[in-house]
Design a protein around this ligand. Structure first.
Ligand code: IMP
Length: 424
């Protein structure tokens, strides 16, 4: 059985909790794109775990966590995470990295930071070197995990080839003087190579074999569908494909037999960084939602921009992903509101209506949402585990979203804990 579980909005939909919820029924949990730009927070009892690279499903005993070829790996960050988890649970022999995954190098992070701070149209990246690392991958200048196990000479050659032009750029265009040398970077890689050797494998083969003997495999998406490099709000996107087909590409599983694609969808909308956000609330209400939803980035700590649910955007991303069911999260954050608005369409400047998510920035920036007003329920839903126990207006809200999305909302999360889930 293969499941793909991913976010349908701009990230931060509460994926970690959902993945942790599903993982108990799976043998493998797989990351297939992105890198340490992701931040997945899981609460187990009193303990809080923040994951950036390792699939959060690893917290379940017996689950193997696999980082696929589609990921760009910050090795030091990865090792820190292994240490963090190992303090709480035994993960030996349960974490794997693809030999074909690309390494995020110090110059990728320097370039990401320099570009962001010295341009007039910053993307608001996490500055984790993600864009430059993927750029090197497609430019055939990337260093892959398997390269670390060749020889120091070969590795130095690769570092030299990748760094030469960037060194010139960093020094002469971005005026950054403190740069690592080729020798230093090669030496560091040689040390890191020994530390990650036990984790490196031809993970596509592992997965193919596991699938062949009918193991259950869960793909864990990072970021969100509206940050996809092709279908998101380009150029205000991340540098990978975040949507469901990327699970096959970014893992090499070799089978398109996917049993379920679950879209994790927040009951309202948030976005971090720059870029269009038609239903954004720039007032006190946005602030109120930010506070009650604790909407601050788990990777960068940045306050997330908050707004109403955008059914046009979410219907668009659900279609692109082939979403079969929705897992609605953070419904309880709306508990205290008098009215809850839902964007059901857009209005162009000329007054004409639009019911599809537009491709270009000028269109996205110009449109105004058309709202439907749903009465609030003004009661606590926190921790409710049975749909029938929800206040009538909360049920109506969920059912209204279902109609707009054309998909069943099969699960509703009502709190932090693993158990705070309504199954329908
Ligand atoms: P990058 O992925 O660091 O290059 O950042 C590109 C855009 O994606 C920025 O707007 C980031 O805020 C956003 N982004 C990257 N990772 C995440 C995430 O895990 N959650 C939400 N937004 C993200």
């Amino acid at each position: 059985m293969i499941y793909i579980v991913l976010g349908t909005q701009w990230g931060d939909e509460g994926k970690a909790k959902v993945i942790d919820y599903f993982a108990k029924d799976f043998d493998f949990v797989v990351r297939f794109q992105g890198g340490a730009n992701a931040g997945h927070t899981v609460y187990v009892g009193e303990k809080k775990f923040v994951f950036h690279l390792i699939p959060s499903g690893v917290l379940n005993k017996g689950v193997s966590a696999l980082i696929g070829n589609g990921v760009v790996l910050d090795i030091e960050e990865f090792l820190k995470e292994v240490e963090m988890i190992s303090r709480a649970i035994d993960v030996s022999g349960r974490i794997w990295i693809s030999n074909r995954a690309h390494v995020v190098m110090p110059y990728h992070k320097l370039l990401d930071k320099a570009k962001e701070s010295q341009t007039t149209n910053a993307i608001g990246t996490t500055q984790r070197g993600i864009g430059p690392a993927y750029a090197d991958k497609v430019d055939r200048l990337g260093i892959r995990i398997a390269d670390l196990f060749t020889s120091k000479e070969k590795l130095r050659e690769k570092v030299k080839l990748a760094f030469e032009v960037k060194e010139f750029l960093l020094k002469n265009y971005y005026h950054i003087e403190a740069l690592p040398t080729i020798e230093e970077m090669t030496d560091t890689l040689m040390v890191l190579a020994e530390k990650i050797r036990p984790f490196a494998a031809d993970t596509e083969k592992l997965l193919q074999e596991a699938h062949h003997i009918r193991k259950n495999i869960l793909f864990e998406g990072a970021q969100g569908s509206l940050l996809d490099v092709d279908f998101g709000t380009y150029p205000y996107v991340t540098s990978s494909n975040t949507i469901s087909p990327a699970a096959l590409l970014g893992s090499g599983i070799g089978s398109p037999n996917i049993a379920n694609i679950v879209g994790i969808t927040k009951a309202y909308t948030t976005r971090v960084g720059e870029g269009p956000f038609p239903t954004e609330l720039k007032d006190e209400l946005g602030e109120k939602i930010r506070k009650s939803g604790n909407e601050f980035g788990s990777t960068t700590g940045r306050p997330r921009r908050c707004g109403w649910f955008d059914a046009v955007a979410t219907r668009y991303s659900s279609a692109i992903n082939g979403i079969k069911e929705i897992f609605l999260t953070k419904l309880d954050v709306l508990d205290e509101l008098d009215n809850i608005l839902v964007c059901t369409g857009y209005l162009r400047k000329d007054g004409s209506k639009l019911d599809y998510f537009p491709a270009t920035l000028p269109e996205l920036e110009e449109i105004k949402p058309i709202y439907h007003v749903c009465p609030g329920w003004k009661q606590k839903t926190f921790g409710i585990k049975d749909f029938s126990q929800l206040p009538a207006n909360a049920k109506k809200y969920v059912e209204f979203l279902e109609v707009l999305l054309g998909r069943k909302i099969s699960y509703i999360s009502t709190g932090f804990e693993r158990e705070d889930v309504i199954e329908r």
